[in-house]
Design a protein around this ligand. Structure first.
Ligand SMILES: [Zn+2]
Ligand SMILES: [Zn+2]
Length: 255
């Protein structure tokens, strides 16, 4: 099986003691490519993923300001992001969006920074990677008003209705560890109805490890558990999931 982890925080401090080993285990498990998410701990450091992508040929990068850090964005941040957007291994702008669960940044600031990053992505002609938590309606409304391109709903945790809305907008749905949680029947229902050509998989490591690793530090190698479960849910083989999600990643991000 050849897999792509479409969303991993490889820069996270939880990987400081053994990052090299984590990457080796990923490769050994068949996770041959990874998209490092560049939001880090927020501005001014917006190149954390680009630095990883510069070091490893099989690691790609996103750039962006997470909704948690929206209030840290300054004119210097925007200048730097526009500069980084032309880097050959920067494939997308993300993760961007709205998080009303934690409200680490005021909601109006989150919305402004989200919209500004859609403009950044539009100018760079890159897809966007969306993080949305307890903010579904506002996220959708802003996408409808401001976005005319492709993108990914990362760590998709909604049900059938939300899945249909995101698919109608042309988005891909990326499923992670949540899909394996016993209570996540709604997410499995969403995974069942997603067309094959809109499916992606991810870990969001070090967060949200799939069952049976739940509660531990997550890492890209654990994604095989999610792939196995997704295959079960859709009534296909894990190899089939690997093949279509790899093809989808390539078409969306590398064309
Ligand atoms: Zn997220
Ligand atoms: Zn993430």
């Amino acid at each position: 099986m050849k897999l792509v982890d479409s969303h991993v925080h490889l820069d996270d401090a939880k990987f400081d003691p053994d990052r090299e080993t984590v990457i080796e285990r990923a490769l050994a498990a068949g996770v041959e490519r990874m998209m490092a998410i560049g939001t880090g701990n927020g501005p001014p450091d917006v190149d954390v993923a680009v630095r990883m992508a510069d070091r490893y040929p099989f690691i790609y990068a996103t750039i962006g300001v997470h909704p948690h850090d929206a209030s840290k964005a300054t004119p210097e941040t925007w200048a730097r992001l526009h500069e980084l957007a032309t880097h050959p291994k920067v494939l997308a702008v993300g993760e961007i969006g709205l998080d009303y669960h934690y409200d680490f940044s005021p909601r109006d600031v989150q919305r402004d920074v989200f919209v500004a990053q859609m403009e950044l992505a539009r100018r760079a002609a890159k897809p966007i990677v969306i993080h949305t938590r307890e903010a579904w309606d506002d996220t959708l409304q802003l996408l409808r008003e401001h976005w005319r391109g492709s993108g990914v709903m990362h760590c998709f945790s909604g049900g059938a209705a939300e899945a249909r809305q995101a698919l109608d907008l042309g988005f891909h749905l990326a499923f992670g560890g949540v899909l394996t949680f016993p209570k996540a029947e709604n997410v499995r229902e969403a995974a069942r109805l997603t067309p094959e050509d809109r499916l992606l998989v991810e870990t969001d490591a070090p967060y949200l490890a799939p069952v049976p690793k739940r509660g531990k530090r997550n890492e890209p190698a654990f994604m095989v558990e999610t792939v196995r479960r997704l295959a079960e849910v859709r009534g296909v083989s894990p190899e089939q999931i690997a093949e279509v999600t790899t093809r989808n990643f390539e078409r969306l991000m590398l064309n």
